[in-house]
Design a protein around this ligand. Structure first.
Ligand code: RIB
Ligand code: CA
Length: 318
């Protein structure tokens, strides 16, 4: 990439979670391509307070305590918060023994940060990379609808169709936690690229791939190995696959190298009424409804190319 190519401005909205942490590390290891303006925590995998603390731990692990971290929404818009300690552990970042952060959270609310940053930068220059429930993004769009045309793209991890769900038989966790927020975002008219379970369940952290990350020999590689070796337990026992899916880093990898992935522009609509199918992403993959197309839906990717990118970038960190 030529030196004259400006780095893409991104805001990361996240609920760290081990896979979120790996995504954040991948972004921070790629400063020539990605200008991480800020990180906003949202309630999801664990509580907002814990997710925000984990985000601070991760920027310190990357040696980037200059990145501003904000706390956003403490709960979903309508529904009670559902968390995932059964996957991520009590801290949400179990596995490595990362020190308590000394970096402080920004005082501003994360939703206000998103709105103000989008209004302060030229329209169409900021990509929102969302790794958790979409509560912050939806509240920002409701508080300041004028930001919608200013967002270059939302690249989100969430949803699933051919693969079904992972928190219920039909719903993926990020959408299930706040289906109303997902509905607001998917109806916003903002360009959206979705990395659903259909994709992430083909991006598996096999033992060989984890060993190559550990063999990097730096702090980041050791921490990522410890993170994924912890969080994989749940998926390995559930799916019996040879490696656990690595969800959130697909978002950052897509922004870095979209050519690693294939997708289709389709309509995706969120179930917000039925308790049976709450949070289901009804993906009209075959175009049978005539509903307007609102999502680039990533269904497949180059897993070897993804892990080669991830491992090479992690090696750039401390
Ligand atoms: O369903 C996977 C998603 O839920 C990932 O973002 C993971 O971190 C959890 O938030
Ligand atoms: Ca997440």
């Amino acid at each position: 990439m030529g030196a004259d190519v400006l780095a893409q401005k991104i805001i990361i909205d996240t609920d760290p979670g081990q896979d979120d942490a790996v995504a954040i590390l991948l972004a921070l290891a790629s400063p020539a391509e990605l200008d991480v303006l800020g990180i906003v925590a949202v309630a999801g995998n664990v509580s907002l307070e814990q997710n925000a603390r984990n985000a601070l731990k991760v920027i310190e692990l990357a040696g980037r305590s200059d990145i501003p971290v904000y706390a956003g929404s403490v709960r979903p818009i309508r529904r009670h918060l559902v968390t995932a300690e059964h996957v991520h552990g009590e801290t949400g970042l179990d596995g490595p023994d990362l020190p308590m952060p000394t970096t402080k959270l920004q005082a501003k609310h994360g939703v206000d940060y998103i709105v103000e940053t989008l209004l302060a930068h030229d329209a169409g220059t900021i990509t929102l990379c969302t790794l958790g429930p979409l509560t912050n993004i939806a509240l920002a769009l409701i508080k300041a609808p004028e930001i919608a045309p200013r967002i270059k793209e939302i690249v989100m991890m969430g949803g699933g169709y051919f693969e079904g769900g992972n928190i219920t038989p039909v719903a993926e966790f990020n959408i299930y936690v706040d289906p109303d927020a997902a509905d607001v975002v998917l109806r916003s008219g903002v360009p959206i690229t979705m990395a659903p379970l259909d994709l992430t369940h083909t991006i598996l952290s096999t033992p060989e791939r984890l060993e190559r990350i550990k063999a990097i020999g730096n702090k980041a590689g050791a921490a990522v190995h410890a993170m994924l070796s912890f969080s994989e337990r749940f998926d390995l026992s559930k799916y019996g696959s040879r490696g656990a899916p690595l969800h959130d880093p697909c978002v950052i990898a897509y922004v870095l190298k979209p050519e690693l992935f294939e997708g289709r522009h389709i309509n995706v609509t969120i179930e917000c009424a039925s308790e049976l199918t709450m949070g289901m992403t009804v993906a009209d993959y075959w175009g049978v409804t005539g509903r307007s197309k609102n999502v680039t839906y990533l269904r497949s990717g180059d897993a070897d190319g993804f892990y080669q990118l991830l491992t090479e970038r992690l090696a750039r960190l401390p």
